[in-house]
Design a protein around this ligand. Sequence first.
Ligand code: SF4
Length: 346
Amino acid sequence: MEVKKKDIRALTKAQLRNFFIKQGDKAFRGNQVYEWLWQKSAHSFEDMTNISLDTREMLKAHFVINHIKVDQMQRSADGTIKNAVRLHDDLIVESVLIPTPNRTTACVSSQVGCSLDCRFCATARLKRMRNLNPDEIYDQVVAIDNESRLYFNRPLSNIVFMGMGEPLMNYNNVLKAIDKITSPEGLGMSPKRIVVSTSGVPKMIKKLADDEVKFKLAVSLHSALDEVRTSIMPFNATFPLKDLREALQYWYAKTKNRITYEYVVWEGINDKRKDVDALVAFCKFAPSKVNLIEYNPIDDGEFQQADNKALDMYINILEANNITVTVRRSRGKDIDAACGQLANKT
Ligand code: SF4
């Protein structure tokens, strides 16, 4: 019977060093292989040119490297790049490179499909099939870093966990991936350049605070009124705003980090004065920023972006209450790479 080989990247550095000791080799060999796996992002054992052929063969007999493959890369007229990423079990996720004059941002996926059910989101139509492993998240970032160097002559500068999936529903793997991304033995990026965006899982937000994470937190809020939020994000019935707010207060008390709210204003859904007042009341307790995001319809037009009058009302009232507001134009619409559009249509 064929024995299923283990993915070598599931091993910690200490485990890899121990493996080599058990093989009668030096622990140091584990450091060399670890460097190939993470810092140099080797796709195969053959790439490890300073490791002897015999050792590479021995590694091949024990392990596999389940590296992702970028199956298809689409480039938008505005420079945005969308990668369709094939995983070792042939499932596909998507990640996006968003260029602006001063930065390159990677928007990465954390799950195949999503277990939540936001009604405006294309990913929600895919059932959650599985969580991504830390290496599969890391590989998406490396692929985008390479593309940034190739097409924009600069390294990746920022990462947002806003692709497919709810990152806090894959908590351990997302945190392990961020550890690798920020470690000098990985990509060495500053955690301050990473934003984890959640639709609001209160228990896990508190856990982030307890775990003293250094990255930033964003919440896809979209409404601060329970009845409205539940109608567009049905899981809000399980995690109501009262619990979300309490978790965010806990986060702020522990981290003193500003909270960013992602917010789309839809016609006839949350475009009234009462919606803005509720938003102000919800986020006033701590320094906050509201990102008003342009929406990209995903189908029959049930959700339509509100007009500029409604957006201006939001901007004026938020600013009058000392809440920072930005309006984020959507990118990569022509290749279905914009927020809420990721659904493996390639
Ligand atoms: S918006 Fe995010 S949390 Fe909601 S269904 Fe889509 S991927 Fe999942």
